[in-house]
Design a protein around this ligand. Structure first.
Ligand code: GUN
Length: 291
């Protein structure tokens, strides 16, 4: 079993971006600028956004963190987004999800200009991705592709099983894995809460991507010998032994599955850091597209 180490691969991506950014500055061009909006006091969202802002500093990007009250109205938030759309210096905009219930996620996603949609959630970005056109790929699936590429994992003709069909991970990764270029060309099966015979389907998989948010769901007896396992799950579970009071669990029972597979992502330290590296890549591309 080999680890797919997101810390190492994300650092390699960030090192590359730092060099590219330094080259831009030498050429008299601007540094990429990410604007992140964080609404309310969701602990997990606070942690993710803090990591995104920290990564911007590491690679030499400018970042603006906009913190808004949980009670902000939808109209005020949409107005803020239009201001950021109109701000030439801002290259990428992200609004950390989930949003308070009174705000429409779809309206927020559709208000961000597609050219600044570094999360890749806008219907135009998704449509371009589906058609194989240059597009911002959603950060988590894009991070998974960067990881498969780094470890030169063969994908052509392989059977990839994706568990979960969310707009953020399951659905886009299923499309990206069957595109007609590396990493891609897989035969993809998408499983979800209504799938029959999930275990039998998983046992046929060369690559399994779990994105369902159920701690330690995937067990060793659901995995074929030599399979590649990518665990997108990050659920906080109560843990009195931790200072924070919780520990982070993936969707994969790591100790049970690891002995059977060829490659596996740990949680934490697997897909999580790759998501941020992919967001940095998108922000760089958004900036470079304006040159
Ligand atoms: N919440 C969970 N994942 C994501 C993500 O990739 N982007 C944003 N904006 N919010 C999220």
């Amino acid at each position: 079993m080999n680890l797919l180490d997101g810390k190492i691969v994300s650092q390699a991506v960030k090192d590359r971006l730092k060099t590219y950014t330094e080259e831009r500055l030498v050429q008299g061009k601007k540094a990429p600028h990410l604007a992140a909006i964080l609404i309310g006091n969701n602990g997990a969202s606070e942690t993710y956004v803090a990591s995104k802002v920290k990564s911007c500093a590491e690679v030499g990007f400018t970042s603006t963190l906009i913190r808004l009250e949980e009670s902000i109205s939808e109209q005020e938030l949409l107005f803020k987004l239009t201001e950021l759309n109109d701000d030439f210096d801002v290259d990428g905009i992200l609004v950390q999800l989930p949003l308070p219930k009174h705000i429409s996620e779809q309206k927020v996603i559709e208000t961000i200009l597609p050219s600044k949609d570094v999360d890749g959630f806008h219907p135009e970005s998704v449509g371009r991705m589906v058609q194989g056109l240059p597009a911002f790929y959603p950060a988590t699936p894009y991070g998974i592709l960067l990881m498969l590429e780094h470890y030169k994992i063969e994908t052509k003709g392989k059977h990839a099983v994706v568990i979960g069909r969310s707009n953020i991970v399951g659905r886009p990764i299923s499309i990206m894995l069957n595109k007609n270029e590396y990493p891609g060309n897989c035969t993809v099966t998408v499983c979800h809460s209504h799938t029959h015979n999930l275990k039998e389907i998983c046992l046929q998989a060369d690559i399994i991507i779990t994105a369902l948010g159920k701690p330690e769901f995937l067990k060793g007896d659901m995995v074929k010998e030599g399979a590649v396992i990518v665990d997108v799950g990050i659920t906080r579970v109560p843990d009195a032994s931790k200072k924070s009071g919780f520990s982070i669990k993936g969707d994969v029972d790591f100790n049970d599955v690891a002995p059977k597979c060829s490659y596996i992502t740990p949680v934490p330290g697997g897909v999580g850091p790759m998501t941020i590296a992919a967001l940095m890549m998108n922000t760089f591309k958004a900036c470079a597209a304006k040159d």
